[in-house]
Design a protein around this ligand. Structure first.
Ligand code: AGP
Length: 610
């Protein structure tokens, strides 16, 4: 993970580097740091914890310089301490790094044998000392970096500055993304284009193993890109049109709450991009032929995006009658899956940068499968790598716990499933008309759920005392239960597990006692009777029961029963409604526990390391 920034300018850079880091903090917030070159020496400021602490340090003790680099860290090697915070430096060179140097221990042992003293536990520090040694031996910055890169195994995006060459900034990438930003008076490096967007929208994406050497010769700024083989290459320049406004919480106390409340709008935006509201027909042209004999869909994702994909399996198989498998990207990429040209692989990701999902995508491409990315970030690595891309229109999601991006993924997957059903002639026009009409009504239902959140607030207060919570659901509400448990774990740190309701009696019911609340998602659908029986089984063993349902009649004769009534919906819409309720439960539970809702411990928004 980690976010990196580099700036080569005619003006002072430290404020801009800090500003860029504020747009990259979603990638990690264990520590942060900045280094600039001034008067042929390296000046550095670092701090443990969030960017805000670095800000106070820079305010008290500013740094000058027209060339500099910055970093916001998600710790991999070495705990999140001051000494492990980037940039890592010697007198000659300063480096920031996103990724993992897998052979760092061997390199470190060799360096130690040669008398090098390390000041951190990071893998990154080997890069600094290797470059330093080459510089001492008289190599130019370009050659010192190239020589060093040839010794590294693993993944990296690097930004490097040099005390004796203050007008050079070098970037390099393998496995981790790195973007070059260009304008007349500055050159920039960033982990993503959004970080650079307020300064320039003229960018180029470095490709695997590229090294960029940026120079300011006092008249012009120039940059040269070298491929992994050391040849000068050109990469396409793009003029982007990315939003630049700083995201704000508005009237909400947290980004997560704001994003929960944005869902009527984000769902409406996503549906209206896909469905014509007058004719109730889809606007998407399917770029892939799903009718081919033997074709099968593989949905590949991580975390919440995986749970959105699990939900889609129910829709794809039920409506489009097409075999569908759902895969965790981190397992899929390493287990040598059987893939054929008939397979259609769909990669679901909010960020479009998740390392395992991206690697899975590249694997599917190498096996000649058709690839489709469903992502929330335009121009992300997956959006660019896949054969086709559909955007979820959730807008920037800042809270680490995914909310509006998850429901936007469900929205795209649901419409896609119906469109595939149409292509495969599994649903007639009238059926499709009814389903699309139902989906377009969803934003109103979500507004209704959010009209009065006091019930979730009260429940959150109670749940904040629990140390374990169980969730159950069936059908598309089984993945919703999984997502509900994940949300709760992420932001309240309460241990939570979700089960398909029918599985409970095959083991997990042994956990049940009066201290572990059960949250049951049970709309009055085809499975209602079955789930009701499962609820009874748990209640009779003394557990407190919280039932989310739209059934007015159901009652339970038990000591501790709380029923939360949600609106009646069609079969497609109900998992969206129950998801929103799960998000509210997690949010208010965390709020009452007093945890950091938007930036929970140990997490980062975008997981760009394995
Ligand atoms: C969601 O709340 C999580 N923070 C996490 O599970 C996330 O969904 C996962 O890391 C995948 O990210 P992506 O959608 O950006 O690929």
């Amino acid at each position: 993970m980690c976010g990196i920034i580099g700036v080569l300018s005619k003006d002072s850079v430290s404020e801009r580097i800090f500003d860029g880091l504020s747009r990259l903090e979603y990638r990690g917030y264990d520590s942060a740091g900045i280094a600039t070159i001034h008067d042929n020496s390296i000046h550095k400021r670092r701090s443990e914890g969030k960017l805000q602490s670095l800000k106070s340090i820079l305010e008290k003790d500013p740094i000058q310089g027209y060339t500099g680099i910055g970093h916001t860290r998600w710790a991999t090697h070495g705990s999140p301490t001051y000494h492990n915070a980037h940039p890592h430096t010697t007198d000659r060179v300063a480096v920031v790094h996103n990724g993992i140097i897998e052979n760092y221990q061997t390199l470190k042992d060799n360096l130690i044998q040669n008398g090098v003293v390390f000041s951190s536990e990071t893998d990154t520090e080997v890069v600094v000392h290797l470059i330093d040694q080459e510089l001492r031996n008289g190599k130019t910055p370009e050659l010192a970096v190239q020589k060093t890169l040839s010794q590294l195994e693993g993944a990296f995006a690097l930004a490097i500055v040099f005390s004796q060459d203050p007008k050079i900034l070098i970037g390099a990438r393998r496995g981790s993304p790195l973007v070059v930003g260009i304008d007349e008076n500055n050159l920039f490096l960033g982990s993503d284009a959004w970080a650079l967007a307020p300064w320039t929208q003229k960018i180029c994406y470095l490709e695997e193993d590229d090294v960029v050497v940026m120079k300011n010769d006092d008249v012009n700024f120039s940059y040269t890109i070298f491929s992994g083989e050391g040849k000068i290459v050109s990469r396409p320049l793009k003029n982007l049109n990315l939003a630049t406004g700083a995201a704000s919480k508005g009237v909400y106390s947290h980004f997560m709450l704001k994003e929960i409340f944005e869902q009527p709008q984000t769902l409406s935006d996503t549906f209206l991009a896909l469905i014509d509201e007058k004719t109730f027909e889809t606007r998407i042209e399917l770029p892939i032929d799903f009718t081919k004999h033997h074709s099968r869909i593989l949905l590949v994702a991580c975390g919440s995006s995986y749970y959105a994909s699990l939900t889609a399996k129910y829709w794809f198989e039920k409506y489009a009658r097409i075999p569908c498998e759902v895969e965790l990207a981190s397992e899929f990429r390493y287990r040598d899956p059987v893939l054929t040209e008939n397979d259609i692989c769909i990669f679901v990701s909010q960020s479009g940068e998740t390392s395992d999902t991206l690697a899975a995508l590249n694997l599917a491409k190498a096996k000649n499968c058709s690839t489709l990315a469903i992502v929330n970030v335009p121009e992300s690595s997956m959006a660019r790598a896949a054969d086709y891309c559909i955007l979820t229109l959730a807008g920037p999601e800042i809270g680490v716990a995914s909310t509006k991006a998850f429901t936007a993924q469900l929205a795209v997957l649901c419409v896609l499933g119906l469109k595939i059903a149409e292509q495969r002639a599994c649903l007639d026009k009238q059926n499709l008309f009814e389903y699309f009409k139902e989906l377009l009504h969803l934003p109103k239902l979500v507004t209704h759920v959010l009209q009065d959140v006091s019930v979730f607030d009260a429940l959150g207060q109670r749940l904040s005392m629990a140390s374990d919570i169980l969730f159950i659901g069936r059908g598309t509400n089984y993945p919703v239960a999984l997502e509900g448990a994940l949300k709760l774990k992420e932001i309240s740190y309460i241990h939570a597990e979700a089960y398909a309701a029918g599985e409970l009696k095959h083991g997990p019911i042994a956990l049940v006692d009066k201290t572990i609340p059960l949250i049951a998602i049970s709309p009055n659908d085809n499975w209602f009777e079955k789930t009701s029986s499962n609820i009874q089984e748990v209640a009779s063993r003394g557990a407190p029961i919280i039932m989310l349902t739209n059934d007015l009649e159901f009652t339970l004769d038990c000591r501790d029963f709380c029923k939360i009534l949600l609106p009646k919906t069609g079969s497609l819409n109900n998992c969206f409604i129950y998801t929103v309720a799960m998000q509210c439960i997690a949010y208010y539970t965390a709020l009452h526990k007093g945890t950091d809702v938007d930036q929970p411990r140990n997490l980062a928004k975008s997981v760009t390391v394995e």
